[in-house]
Design a protein around this ligand. Structure first.
Ligand code: B12
Ligand code: SF4
Length: 523
């Protein structure tokens, strides 16, 4: 499935670079390719788009190319969250990226060492090349996916909600061009027999009617299948039949917590059991309209205490059998969210290698109300409850269509369900038996346990050899230190700066919004 999770932005960059007359080769690394074989040798400039879990791989690839005199540039979630660290290993580190930002790199294209240049546009780009322009790069990526192929599309950027842990909590909502969306959908109908589109919008459907009008104008009902991430509050009863009619087969709403973030579940001030009653009824309603429903939760939030939040989630599993539960361990991704500053000030952020920061392999925030063994016991118990044969069988029966049913089973028995139970159990065992291990989790030592080093080494394979000295580690307080500056005041960040005024230097440029979900008309 991995090729179906490919990002849009590398395809965008490829289009923009070609428009400037460059020869481009785009490689989507899905975890299976031999990168030493696939990466082209004769290039002048290497762009890498990476999540933090791919950071060490990206650092190693950059080092390999820099040794050959190639200029390297990092963009994507890792660059936005940890620019100060990435600048040690790349010549350019990009935050928000528009054509202007790209041109700065293409025009200058020189090495910057020891510290790379950090650049960011003032905000998200106003427009991006659509599917037609990206098709040349989409097609080879999709060839790597099995029979089920998902074309990535984007209709909006930012989000009007302000969930404290999220990177988009401070990024203004902005729809992209609806005419282009219509044109892209028509284009796809001409290209694929039965197109499937995965919307990458952080929160799909904020301008619900405009979106659906655009889809209905371009696509005969049910000719394209859609998958989208949307908050529960946007999936009201009267909207669901329209989504169903228009081919929305899978929805991934975030519930996140039983005690917080009520607005986005439309549960407002409801908490605990009351919220469970409402949300589980809502989930059952949605599952009558879509084939596949994934509900996302964050485990370890500060509002959670004791076993009750976990017990409520278990009850949710029982009461909403169709919902596949997606669990994320609370993770502070560098400067992704202002809340992370608070965690850093309180000394609660741990320096687990980036490679483990995928919401599962390490939780880098010490929980406020749990001891680690108690927390992992509860996580294991919940995961076991969610993927026990009875729950999987009920999910299979409650979801619709062959692919959704199979996906539910495969996800339960693969690394996501059974695999995670085994991994969490191993962590839990070591918390009891390995003193150094527990000390690391308590922040009492910064000696990283071998267990984690081995994991990164194995995953990096031959690229491990290229990982620069020290690149396994980072300063977990870097965001706080840079915000405070040497004298305790704000500063613009280290490394040379190409001087574009606000928006360069310190990264990302996240202007605080004055509007709120209510004032932008989200209901
Ligand atoms: C859509 C999405 C997904 C989709 C698509 C993923 C994908 N490959 O893009 C799916 C559902 C598959 C997904 C999965 C995951 N996701 Co996700 N996802 C998002 C989401 C909601 C939107 C990202 C997006 O496409 N935005 C639209 C683009 C245009 O904007 P942008 O990302 O801000 O990019 C700008 C710049 O960063 C830059 N840029 C981006 N890429 C590149 C590349 C280059 C070369 C350059 C120069 C510039 C550049 O230009 C853009 C325009 O300014 C974000 C949250 C958010 N609201 O941003 C989380 C987010 C990116 N995901 C996150 C995570 C953790 C994951 C998972 C690990 C979750 C999990 N445990 O499964 C997986 C990993 C998947 C993978 N491929 O490795 C984190 C990443 C944090 C981090 N530092 O790594 C985020 C930030 C959410 C969060 N926790 O706050 N995700
Ligand atoms: S609704 Fe989703 S995208 Fe919006 S701020 Fe909350 S978590 Fe982020």
């Amino acid at each position: 499935m991995n090729a179906n999770l490919a990002s849009i932005m590398p395809q965008v960059l490829a289009v923009w670079c070609e428009e400037r007359g460059h020869d481009v080769r785009l490689i989507c690394y899905t975890g299976f390719e031999d990168l030493l074989e696939e990466l082209p040798a004769d290039i002048d400039l290497l762009f890498i788009g990476a999540f933090s879990q791919g950071a060490q791989l990206a650092y190693a690839a950059s080092a390999m190319f820099r040794a050959r005199g190639v200029v390297t540039c990092l963009g994507g979630p890792h660059a936005r969250c940890y620019p100060e660290d990435a600048a040690k290993y790349f010549d350019y580190v990009l935050g928000f990226t528009d054509q202007d930002t790209l041109d700065r790199v293409l025009d200058e294209c020189v090495t910057h060492r020891p510290l790379g240049v950090r650049l960011s546009a003032r905000g998200q780009p106003r427009t991006l090349p659509g599917v037609r322009e990206r098709w040349k790069f989409i097609e080879p990526t999709l060839e790597k996916a099995p029979t089920f192929k998902l074309v990535p599309m984007l209709g909006s950027l930012g989000c009007p909600y302000t969930c404290s842990f999220c990177i988009d909590s401070v990024v203004d909502y902005q729809p992209l061009d609806f005419d282009q969306m219509r044109e892209d959908l028509r284009f796809l109908l001409g290209k694929l027999k039965r197109p499937r589109v995965g919307w990458h919008d952080p929160n799909f459907g904020v301008r619900f009617d405009d979106y659906l009008d655009a889809i209905e104008a371009a696509v005969p009902p049910g000719r394209i299948d859609f998958v989208a991430e949307s908050s529960l509050s946007l999936l009201s009863e009267k909207r669901l039949p329209r989504l169903e009619r228009n081919g929305f087969r899978a929805m991934l709403p975030g519930i996140e917590s039983w005690y917080d973030l009520g607005n986005k579940s439309k549960a407002r001030s409801k908490k605990g059991r009351e919220k469970l009653d409402q949300v589980s009824e809502h989930a059952n309603l949605i599952s009558r309209h879509v084939d596949y429903l994934q509900t996302n939760f964050v485990l370890g939030l500060d509002c959670d205490e004791g076993s009750e939040p976990f017990e409520l989630t278990k009850q949710f599993i029982d009461r909403s059998p169709a919902a596949f539960p997606g669990y994320s361990l609370l993770t502070a991704f560098g400067r992704a969210a202002p809340l992370n500053l608070e965690y850093q000030k309180d000394g609660r952020v741990l320096g687990f290698p980036f490679h483990l920061l995928n919401n599962h392999h390490a939780m880098n925030v010490k929980p406020l109300n749990y001891e680690w063994p108690e927390f992992y016991d509860l996580v294991i118990d919940l995961t076991e409850h969610s993927f026990r044969p009875r729950a999987v069988a009920r999910r299979f029966a409650a979801s619709g269509g062959v692919i959704p049913r199979l996906m539910n089973v495969v996800r339960a028995i693969s690394s996501e369900g059974r695999g995670r139970i085994e991994y969490f159990t191993e962590i839990r065992r070591r918390l009891d038996t390995d003193t150094g291990f527990r000390d690391y989790f308590e922040g009492e030592t910064d000696v990283l346990p071998e267990f984690f080093i081995d994991r990164v080494r194995t995953d990096l394979g031959p690229l491990w050899e290229f990982l620069p000295d020290g690149a396994l580690f980072h300063d977990p307080l870097a965001y706080l230190k840079e915000e405070q500056g040497p004298a305790g005041g704000p500063e613009s960040g280290p490394g040379p700066d190409l001087g574009r005024g606000p928006g360069t230097g310190s990264l990302p440029q996240l202007g605080r919004r004055s509007d709120s979900a209510a004032s932008t008309g989200v209901n």
